[in-house]
Design a protein. Structure first.
Length: 202
């Protein structure tokens, strides 16, 4: 099979990082060459920007600056890690992608999803993956799953995170290539649902 780009996304506390690891391992177990990457990060430049984005000392950063820094990380990650992997026929399983910026800065931050996508289309060689899986979880459940050491964005209030969740669901309703998975159930049940969606894609 040729390389494919799969994104798992959703609000903080939805369990996407765990599901990314499980999906990548499942693909490897099936004999599919796969790699798991996180956005922002997984390049030297991206990790530096990630620290700025999530640090509590950056609390005065405005929405536009956030958006552009996330997009810069993404452009570097695409050229340095994702594109070469896809060209080599590998599957890339992403922890977040453009869908996150649409939900966080676009919807919850008030910048506008359409305006985020306009910037993404100019900044990135590819905006949408082959499949985006949105892990849907209520704000209270998500909050209960997060530890006490919260980053700058995780520290934002319940109203903000409710809008983030609404942004993800709106994306899934209005764009093809999205599926929504109930992430309030067990880790194993979520993984099984994700795998079924991958089987459909194959």
């Amino acid at each position: 099979m040729g390389g494919k780009l799969i994104v798992l996304d959703g609000p903080d506390g939805c369990g996407k990082s765990t599901q990314v690891r499980m999906l990548c391992q499942w693909l490897l177990d099936q004999g599919t060459d796969a790699i798991a990457l996180r956005d922002p990060g997984d390049t030297e430049i991206g990790e530096r920007i990630r620290k700025i984005l999530l640090s509590g000392s950056s609390r005065d950063m405005d929405t536009m600056t956030e958006l552009l820094l996330y997009m810069a990380c993404r452009a570097q990650l695409w050229s340095q890690r994702i594109k070469p992997a896809l060209q080599a026929g590998r599957w890339v399983v992403m922890d977040r992608w453009v869908s996150s910026t649409c939900a966080y800065q676009g919807h919850a931050g008030g910048y506008g999803i359409d305006r985020v996508l306009a910037i993404a289309e100019n900044a990135l060689e590819r905006v949408w993956p082959d499949l985006t899986v949105i892990l849907d979880v209520g704000v209270e459940v998500a909050a209960g799953r997060m530890g006490e050491d919260l980053d700058r964005i995780e520290q934002r209030g319940e109203d903000y995170h409710q809008k983030v969740q609404e942004g993800f669901l709106r994306l899934a309703e209005t764009n093809s290539g999205f599926v929504v998975v109930d992430a309030r159930v067990s880790v194993e049940a979520v993984h099984e649902h994700v795998v079924r969606e991958i089987d459909v894609l194959c």
